[in-house]
Ligand binder design. Structure first.
Ligand code: NAD
Length: 476
C-alpha cells in the first residue's frame, strides 16, 4: 500500500490561509506578505551535562511584525523542527488578530525530550537557550514575548524571566519579557488554566447558538454531552475538568501517549490526572477500559472530540472514520488540510484552533499588561466596589424594616454581592468576554456569506482582514 501524501504542517496552514484569501479582495502582494514567515532563527548551543558537552537545536520564528511585540509559546519536544515552528508562528499571527490581542505572531521550540533530564539540567539548558534568544532580542518585553507550550510550563517561564533580568539589570519592565510565569514571579492568576478555560468558554458560546448546533446535528445543552479528549496535559486536563465538573459533560474517552481510556459512564478527570502524575501514563488505570491503540479512540462515538495534544492527528488516513459531529481544536493544527476537507463534506463542525485555544494568549496579554503596569488587577477598585455594594445592601436592609415578611433577600445574596472581584475573577471575566466576542465575529462571516462554509475559513477571513488593515495603516 502506498503511503498517503499529506502536506507538511506549514503547508497545511498555508492551504487553509489560501482558501480564505481566495474569497477576499486583497492585493496579491499583500496576501503574499501576510502569508510568509518573516524570519526563523536557528540556534545550536552546547551545554555541559553529566561530564559531556551536549548540543541542542532550537528555533524562534517570527511570522508577522505588523504589531509588536510578537508573541508565541516555546515548545520542548523531540519532533520540533523549522516547518513546525513556522506553522505555529503563523497560527499565532491569526490567533492574536482574531481575539484582538495587540501582538504579531511568533513561536519557538527546542528539540529535546524533557523527560530525559533532571530538573537542574533542564534549568541549565533553558537558561542557555534563553540567553541565545535574548541576546538577539528574540526575548524582549517590547519585541518578542514567549509563553508556555507543549513540554514547558511555569517553571521554564520563571527561568527565562530570571535569565532575561540578569542580562538586563536596569530594565524595569523585564518581567514582561515572558508570560505564563508563576504568580510569585510576576505571573497572573488564571494563566495556567487559561487555555482549557477558553475551550470551555468557546463551547458554552457555541451552545448558545441553536443554528450553529444544528449545523453539527446537536441539540440541548453541554450537560450530558459525550466528550473524547486527546492529551491530558495542561490544555486537555483543564478543558476536560471544567467541562465535566462545571457543565455536566461526560468524558467518555481520554487518549494519552501510552493508549486510551474509555468508559461510557464517564471518567473522573482529576483521578486520571493524579494517576498520570504518579505513574507517568494512563496504563493500568482501574476505572476504565484501556486500549493500547489510543489513536483509534479518536474515531469513537461521541458528541464532542477535543484533540489537545499533537498536530496532524486527524488526517487523510482516519478523517473518513471520525464519528464526532463537533471537533474543537484545543491543540494547534490537529486536523490537516486534507482531513479538514473530508470532514467539511461530512458535515462535521470544527471550531478552529486559532480561536479555540486562544485563551492562553488572551490571559498572557493580561499578564503582560499587569507586568508593564506593575500593579495587580483589581487592587485599586476592589474595596471601593465592596463599599458601594455595602451602601446598597444597608439601604435595602433599612427598607426591609418597613416591609412585610413577604420580602427578604435570598440567603447568600448579601455575602456574594458584597465581595469585590479579585484578580482571578477579573481574568476569567476578560477571557469570557474575549471568547464570546471573537466567536461572534467568526459566526457573523460564517452565516452572512454563502461562499463561507465553515468556521475556520470565517476565522481566517476575520484575522487576515485585521492584519491587512494593520499593514495598510503602516503604509504597505
Ligand atoms: P502539555 O505538554 O502540557 O500536554 C500535552 C499532553 O499530550 C501530555 O499529557 C502528553 O503526554 C500528551 N501526548 C503526547 N503525545 C501524545 C500522543 N501521541 N497521543 C496522545 N497524547 C499525547 O502541552 P499543552 O500545553 O497542553 O499543549 C497541547 C496543545 O495545545 C499543543 O498543540 C499546544 O500548541 C496547544 N496550546 C497550548 C497552549 C498553552 O497555554 N499551554 C496554548 C495554546 C495552544
Amino acid at each position: 500500500m502506498t503511503a498517503i501524501k499529506e502536506p507538511s504542517f506549514r503547508e497545511s496552514v498555508d492551504l487553509m490561509f489560501n482558501r480564505a484569501a481566495s474569497l477576499m479582495d486583497l492585493p496579491p502582494g499583500l496576501e503574499e506578505k501576510i502569508r510568509v514567515c518573516n524570519a526563523t532563527y536557528t540556534v545550536r548551543f552546547g551545554v555541559r551535562l553529566r561530564g559531556d558537552i551536549h548540543t541542542f537545536t532550537g528555533y524562534r520564528s517570527v511570522h508577522s511584525e505588523h504589531m509588536e511585540p510578537v508573541k508565541g509559546g516555546i515548545r520542548y519536544a523531540l519532533a520540533v523542527n523549522q516547518d513546525e515552528v513556522e506553522a505555529l508562528a503563523a497560527l499565532m499571527t491569526y490567533k492574536c488578530a482574531l481575539v484582538e490581542t495587540p501582538f504579531g505572531g511568533s513561536k519557538g521550540g527546542l528539540c529535546i525530550d524533557p523527560r530525559q533530564y533532571e530538573e537542574h539540567e533542564l534549568e541549565q539548558i533553558t537558561r542557555r537557550f534563553a540567553y541565545e534568544l535574548a541576546k538577539r532580542d528574540l526575548i524582549n518585553p517590547s519585541q518578542n514575548v514567549p509563553a508556555p507550550d507543549m513540554g514547558t510550563g511555569e517553571r521554564e517561564m520563571a527561568w527565562i524571566s530570571d535569565q532575561y533580568a540578569r542580562m538586563n539589570t536596569t530594565d524595569i519592565n523585564s518581567r514582561a519579557c515572558v508570560t505564563g510565569k508563576p504568580l510569585n514571579a510576576g505571573g497572573i492568576a488564571g494563566r495556567v488554566e487559561a487555555t482549557g478555560r477558553g475551550i470551555q468558554y468557546a463551547l458554552r458560546e457555541f451552545f448558545r447558538h441553536p443554528e450553529d448546533m444544528q449545523k453539527a446535528g446537536l441539540t440541548g445543552k453541554l450537560d450530558g454531552k459525550r466528550v473524547v479528549v486527546q492529551g491530558l496535559g495542561n490544555v486537555g486536563y483543564h478543558a476536560a475538568k471544567f467541562l465535566s465538573e462545571e457543565d455536566g459533560a461526560r468524558i467518555v474517552g481520554i487518549i494519552e501517549w501510552d493508549g486510551a481510556l474509555c468508559n461510557p459512564d464517564g471518567i473522573d478527570v482529576e483521578s486520571v490526572r493524579q494517576w498520570i502524575v504518579k505513574h507517568g501514563g494512563v496504563s493500568d488505570y482501574p476505572d476504565a477500559t484501556h486500549s493500547a491503540e489510543g489513536g483509534e479512540v479518536l474515531e469513537a462515538e461521541c458528541d464532542i472530540l477535543v484533540p489537545a495534544a499533537l498536530e496532524g492527528v486527524i488526517n487523510l488516513s482516519n478523517a473518513e472514520r471520525i464519528k464526532a459531529p463537533l471537533i474543537i481544536e484545543a491543540a494547534n493544527g490537529p486536523v490537516t488540510a486534507g482531513a479538514d476537507e473530508i470532514l467539511r463534506k461530512k458535515g462535521v463542525v470544527i471550531i478552529p484552533d486559532m480561536y479555540a485555544n486562544a485563551g492562553g494568549v488572551t490571559v498572557s496579554y493580561f499578564e503582560w499588561v499587569k507586568n508593564l503596569s506593575h500593579i495587580r488587577f483589581g487592587r485599586m477598585q476592589r474595596r471601593q466596589e465592596e463599599a458601594r455594594h455595602e451602601l446598597i445592601v444597608s439601604e435595602l436592609e433599612r427598607l426591609d424594616r418597613y416591609l412585610d415578611d413577604a420580602w427578604s433577600m435570598s440567603p447568600n445574596f448579601k455575602a456574594k454581592y458584597l465581595r469585590g472581584a479579585d484578580e482571578l475573577e477579573l481574568v476569567r471575566s476578560g477571557l469570557d468576554d474575549t471568547m464570546r466576542i471573537a466567536y461572534q465575529s467568526m459566526r457573523e462571516v460564517w452565516h452572512s456569506r454563502d461562499d463561507v462554509e465553515d468556521l475556520r475559513t470565517a476565522a481566517y477571513i476575520v484575522a487576515i482582514d485585521r492584519v491587512s488593515k494593520s499593514y495598510r495603516a503602516k503604509g504597505l
